[in-house]
Write a protein that binds this ligand. Structure first.
Ligand code: AHR
Length: 703
């Protein structure tokens, strides 16, 4: 390596001179079945001096997909319940665990709890709490919580307490919306006190409200809880208590903070803002394995996720081992899209669950095909259609635009010969017959039909070097088959909750490879998107995390983007609409023994510098993306051909870190973040140094 000053304008050798120096250059134009523009190769032996980048700006080589950057999501890592979905009460319908119901404790007085809620508490509190099924709220919410308060006084009230998802956040001067259904026995009418109470030793009450009017019939109670100048905290409970004896049944106990765009049953603001800042163009939902479930019974059954939340039974997310309230239902996914101006990429259940033989194509599959058509009608139909009318009744009369439907998820895991071919054909034919404009995505190779798009997944656990080995994956892929959707992918070398800088360097290189091949790879989404980092040590559903290296982390109170999040954001916000052909030469190679491999084998390249170039055809801005994954600064000499001029002033957005292990966390959310600065000294020919362990988007202004 030959470190130079951070910015310089040194005279440069001509291209011909470089070739005579034995520098390998390659110019590949994306056309027909040919490889993509902007190819690069490592130097045959350890190079020194600058990387040599020549940009052919005279003519675009191919188009950048306008919908390349998007999101993929599912219920994993407490992504919705305990994550994006605003609900703060955990196990609000008492279906998760029975006696005692998970996350509920008996509260003999505000702030205290009894470790065995079935046993009446010691005198002077005589009370009991249990889940009963003989007092259902309705057909689907069949478990109610019965509180019997034999003794209760103003000084010594008794009640029930919920501990939320690893705490309940309390922010100063904030209004929370609480609600529950209740009925009573023996003439008890109330009052009940609803409070936000600290679980620390001081048991401070941050907000409370009182309701009365209980009677023998179920009734919905709604109230607001407004905090004062309380410090932000998460070690709190929601407590509902009585100061007089009585028997009370509860169901659907709910507490919401202010939500993004003030949507009822809406989403948490801070996480939505992180997502909005990425400017994603689509959302692939609802999974992932969560779509399929381990069995047909535990799939994402969309018809049970619509209507008012009191009509949703919820289900066991057995793919990831915990209860799903289905508060984030089909309409909420669509409204999430609406709020962030994304288009939905709707994955439909296609007859394959992970621990059951697939449903065979033919008559047995027909009800699921009908379900999928109904689902599309729910999304797109006007109010004269059955399901469009249902959507209107659910609160959204306007139809949503739907361009992409994905049939299943990772059906390569279905080993039954011919199974997916048959199932895909049945769904494809039915969808195309009714909705010819919808593009149908296959999740693996099929032969019987020509899918519009094929979804490919790539998780690389061997680290950043292995992922960088996938930089060339699409360079020479034929352009004749279906378009490609990299619907789930990530560098997972760190195996930490959220990726570190090394992972981000792998991601950034792969992403440049996708962007410059986005005439073929029209969409990409990192996965998983979200992780609750409150308690990642426990196993299975008891842990807040089921999968490591997730883009965004959070606990009950705060959230942060990982270095890989910032790569996605930087790239999504900074690209043109056309790929410029570029040659990249004299690329330093990683030393032997570092990295390599990966699930899909990799192209064997071990470069440490990765470059891609796009241009905005209207503004003429040129975006040069550079990854330097080495521990030294790297000079890149840039020559731009085919433009009259490049302005001396431009802009650099740089994500860099002190080392590959550097990362962000809930404690240090902004340790690795991009910095944007104005730069000068640019032109048709310039040299610039790129810091160690860095990802840069250099924005130049062309003539
Ligand atoms: O992203 C986690 C899981 O990985 C998804 O649910 C599944 O599609 C893939 O195997």
């Amino acid at each position: 390596m030959n470190p130079k000053s951070l910015q310089s304008n040194s005279p440069v050798p001509s291209l011909r001179a470089l070739r005579s120096l034995g520098v390998l250059t390659l110019l590949l134009l994306a056309a027909g079945s040919g490889p993509a523009a902007g190819a690069q190769e490592p130097a045959p032996s350890a190079p020194s001096g600058p990387v040599l980048l020549t940009i052919q700006a005279g003519q675009a080589a191919s188009k950048v997909s306008p919908i390349l950057y998007g999101l993929m999501t599912e219920e994993i890592n407490y992504s919705y319940d305990g994550g994006l979905y605003g609900e703060l009460v955990n196990n609000r319908t008492f279906k998760d665990g029975q006696n005692p119901p998970r996350h509920w404790t008996f509260a003999p007085q505000a702030g205290a709890s009894n470790s065995n809620p079935e046993i009446p508490h010691d005198e002077p509190y005589v009370a009991a709490m249990s889940v009963v099924t003989d007092q259902p709220l309705n057909d689907v919410l069949t478990n109610s919580l019965k509180l019997t308060a034999v003794t209760a006084t103003k000084e010594k009230p008794v009640g029930i307490a919920n501990d939320g998802f690893w705490g309940i956040p309390v922010l100063p001067n904030t209004t929370y919306r609480a609600s529950f259904y209740a009925r009573s026995e023996g003439g008890f009418t109330g009052p009940l006190t609803i409070s936000l109470v600290s679980t620390n030793s001081k048991a401070a009450v941050f907000a409370s409200a009182e309701i009365s009017g209980l009677g023998p019939n179920w009734k919905k109670f709604e109230m607001t809880l407004t905090t004062g100048a309380a410090p932000a905290s998460k070690d709190n409970q929601l407590v509902i208590s009585t100061a007089s004896p009585g028997t009370i049944y509860f169901n659907l106990v709910s507490l919401f903070p202010p939500t993004f765009n003030d949507r009822p049953n809406g989403n948490r603001k801070d996480i939505m803002q992180l997502l909005a800042d990425m400017h994603p163009s689509f959302l692939r939902f609802p999974g992932g394995n969560y779509l399929e479930g381990n069995s047909v019974a535990t799939r994402f059954n969309w018809k049970e996720t619509i209507h008012d939340i009191s009509k949703r039974p919820g289900h066991q997310d057995d793919a990831w081992g915990y209860w799903s309230s289905d508060g984030m239902g089909l309409l909420e996914f669509l409204e999430w899209c609406e709020d962030l101006h994304m288009q939905p990429v709707l994955a439909i259940y296609a007859g394959y669950s992970m621990r059951q033989p697939p449903i065979a194509a033919g008559p047995a599959l027909e009800p699921y095909v009908k379900d999928a058509l109904d689902e599309i009608e729910y999304v797109t139909g006007d109010t004269n259609t059955t399901w469009g009318a249902q959507r209107a009744a659910d609160g959204h009369p306007a139809p949503f635009k739907l361009e992409f439907v994905e049939v299943g998820n990772e059906d390569n895991f279905d080993r039954t010969p011919g199974s997916y071919d048959g199932r895909f054909a049945q769904f494809y034919d039915a969808i195309k017959a009714k909705y010819p404009k919808i593009q149908v995505i296959a999740t693996t190779r099929v032969t019987g039909r020509n899918p519009d798009v094929s979804d490919s997944h790539l998780y690389v656990g061997a680290g950043e070097a292995a992922m960088q080995g996938h930089f060339h994956d699409y360079d020479s892929r034929p352009r004749t088959g279906p378009k490609v959707f990299e619907g789930e992918w990530a560098t997972r070398g760190s195996r930490t909750s959220t990726p570190n800088m090394a992972d981000a360097l792998g991601d950034a290189a792969f992403l440049i490879g996708l962007e410059r091949n986005s005439d073929l790879v029209i969409m990409e989404s990192y996965a998983p998107l979200l992780v609750n980092v409150s308690d990642v040590r426990a196993r299975g559903g008891g842990s807040s995390q089921q999968w490591s290296t997730d883009l965004i982390g959070y606990d009950a109170l705060g959230s942060y983007g990982s270095p890989s999040y910032y790569v996605q954001k930087m790239f999504s916000l900074n690209h043109g609409d056309e790929v410029l052909a570029a040659t990249v030469a004299n690329v330093p190679a990683r030393e032997a023994g570092q990295g390599g491999g990966g699930r899909r084998g990799g192209a064997g390249g071990q470069e440490t510098v990765f470059i891609g170039v796009t241009r905005d055809s209207k503004t003429r801005a040129i975006y040069v993306k550079v990854v330097n994954s080495a521990a030294q600064p790297q000079d890149v000499h840039v020559e731009i051909e085919g433009v009259s001029a490049i302005e001396p002033a431009g802009q650099a957005t740089v994500l860099s870190a002190s080392g590959p292990d550097a990362t962000n966390s809930i404690q240090e959310p902004k340790k690795v973040v991009p910095v944007t600065t104005s730069v000068s000294g640019l032109g048709k020919s310039f040299t610039r140094a790129f810091p160690p362990f860095s990802v840069t988007v250099l924005q130049l202004q062309g003539g």
